[in-house]
Design a protein around this ligand. Structure first.
Ligand code: NAP
Length: 548
């Protein structure tokens, strides 16, 4: 039943009513919360739907042991409120998941956001009505609301991907997923555990589980580069320094490729340093700032080869068993052509007596049985299975919703060959529907928080523009969108970024993105291009005037 009622025109000419909103936002992670805050500040009626029973998005669901951000906390935080950034105290240089979730709840309380967020409500369909230039949003409870604009703040990492391994449902022990970890404490003390997956989540939970388990089997298909962290408590001086220089540093972050402020780079390191000396300093400092020791040369394959060689050497140095060390060496890509992982004590973990690396690069898991994992006729008997097998990243959360645009075309149909957007923000044939950090934007190749904040500001500016210029709808032009995606591919190929390094090999969804989903040219360049489009009166977009 269509519950839309009591329609009125507000001062912006946008329809309002108790079930009609100016804007509906899907998702209440970092993106959804900030979008809501900014829209409300400008007087737009806004409703947020959140499928989970708590706000926080990825940071609510990813509660696995060791879950932690690989960007420094002072930088992985909102910049929009100086009061917030001055008041909030981060306890560790790289925050753990519970602290990030506490931060998001603090933000929601401080800015009174919860009253406009409906939890436990999954959006199932979003349908565009061309005659009215409105979206109808339907939820799993069969609620139906309408909105002039829809903002998809659905997150890049919110749909879990189970591996397609026969017999997974036969296993009699516990199955845990890093992507959706239970809220209650999970103990592995005295238990035989296997972790499948050695991506960003796997490498963080493996050292933690190894501390408890009677035995841990690490099932590795593709080894990754794992940079250590220099994690430590945030000390008073460091915090004071950041808090007195926040404005300047935040703007430097926006002018950098990774959206990160570094207090050292290859210019501040001694000019006559050897690459090995530079590498040692960077390795000791750890974290993603590792890159900056070689910042000005990262487009050059020779330095990628050198860093690859030096990390291989490090792994051989740390891991005592040479066979295990050899199996841990990344072999299918050079350092810098795929996002590296960051975790403390990862390689040291393989020196523990209770840890076995099971390298399956030349084979595969035959099946899961009631008792464990069968690989090459050998049964690894376990009590608990941890799937660290990743997400239907970026597009999974959008394609899980039945989105119908102009002429009733579905997003799923439109993206059969590959996801296409203009700037990662809008999609041709889906007017007035915005995606925050959508495919074709830098996504996790940059610090997500400044990326999210800048996307939100772009959308706000756009909606304000439409309303002040009496424009009914905005929509990406097909040729503008195609040109953008060609540019995304070109940049990826210039930097040797692997096309499917993010999409994974076992996507649950039918489509296989055949090209790179992320803009690899740097946040600074991306934001300049977004700004240019706005400054040129939304070139590459159709703007349809409201009928008199
Ligand atoms: P992921 O990077 O996609 O890793 C999935 C892992 O599972 C890979 O090692 C993959 O191997 C393996 N796998 C999948 N199917 C398999 C199968 N059938 N048999 C054996 N192995 C299989 O997923 P993730 O670790 O959850 O990370 C996803 C993203 O989350 C990252 O890119 C990162 O942006 C983000 N993240 C960030 C942080 C942070 O610190 N900020 C922490 C965690 C996650 P293959 O490589 O061979 O496919």
């Amino acid at each position: 039943m269509d519950k839309t009622m009591n329609m009125q025109q507000n001062t912006n000419g946008v329809t309002r009513g108790s079930d009609a909103f100016d804007v509906v936002i899907v998702g209440s992670g970092f993106a959804g919360l900030f979008m809501l805050h900014e829209l409300r500040k400008r007087g737009y009626s806004t409703k947020v739907f959140e499928a989970a029973d708590e706000i926080g998005g990825t940071w609510n669901l990813n509660r696995y042991p060791g879950a932690r951000c690989d960007i420094e906390s002072m930088q992985y935080s909102y910049s929009f409120s100086d009061e917030l950034q001055q008041d909030w105290h981060w306890s560790e240089r790289f925050a753990r998941q519970p602290e990030i979730l506490r931060y998001l709840n603090h933000v929601a309380d401080k800015f009174d956001l919860n009253k406009d967020i409906q939890l436990n409500t999954r959006v199932t369909s979003i349908v565009y009505n061309e005659n009215q230039s409105k979206w109808t949003i339907t939820t799993g409870h069969n609620d139906r609301v309408s909105a002039k604009y829809c903002v998809m703040a659905t997150g890049c990492l919110s749909v879990a991907r189970d591996p397609k391994i026969p017999g997974l449902d036969q296993f009699k022990g516990n199955i845990y997923r890093t992507t959706n970890w239970p809220k209650n404490d999970v103990s592995f003390i005295g238990r035989r555990v296997a972790v499948i997956g050695t991506g960003a989540s796997g490498v963080q939970c493996i050292p933690m589980i190894a501390k408890q388990a009677a035995h841990l089997y690490v099932i590795q298909r593709t080894p990754n580069f794992v940079i250590p962290t220099d994690n430590k408590p945030v000390d008073v001086e460091y915090e004071k320094d950041w808090k007195s220089n926040y404005n300047q540093r935040r703007s430097q972050m926006l002018q950098s490729s990774g959206g990160i402020f570094y207090d050292y780079d290859d210019d501040t390191l001694r000019v006559n340093m050897t690459d090995r000396e530079r590498f040692e300093i960077a390795w000791q400092r750890g974290g993603l700032s590792f890159f900056t020791a070689f910042k000005s040369r990262l487009n050059d394959n020779t330095i990628k080869q050198t860093i690859t060689y030096l990390i291989h050497e490090k792994i051989r140095e740390i891991v005592r068993d040479p066979v295990v060390a050899a199996a841990l060496l990344p072999y299918d890509h050079l350092f810098g052509t795929k996002r590296p992982c960051v975790a403390g004590q990862y390689y040291d973990t393989f020196n523990l007596e209770n840890v076995t690396l099971v390298d399956i690069r030349h084979t595969s898991i035959d099946k899961i049985t009631e008792k464990g994992i069968l690989i090459d006729d050998k049964l690894y008997e376990i009590d608990d299975l941890v799937l660290a097998t990743g997400f239907d990243a970026v597009i999974g959360s959008l394609l899980n919703i039945d989105i119908h645009g102009r002429s009733k075309q579905t997003l799923r149909e439109k993206w059969t060959i590959r996801p296409r957007t203009l700037l990662g923000i809008m999609i041709a044939d889906f007017p007035n529907l915005f995606t925050i950090t959508g495919p074709g934007s830098p996504i996790n190749l940059s610090n997500m928080i400044p990326h999210i904040e800048e996307n939100v500001k772009w959308i706000i500016k756009c909606i304000d523009y439409l309303n002040t210029h009496n424009i009914d709808s905005i929509e990406a032009k097909i040729d503008g969108q195609n040109a953008w995606m060609d540019h995304v591919d070109l940049v990826a190929s210039q930097l040797s970024y692997s096309a499917d390094s993010f999409a994974g090999n076992d996507s649950n969804i039918l489509i296989k993105p055949s090209s790179c989903m992320r803009y690899a040219g740097g946040l600074h360049n991306y934001l300049n291009m977004c700004e240019k489009v706005t400054a040129n009166g939304y070139e590459k977009f159709f703007l349809l005037k409201r009928s008199p």
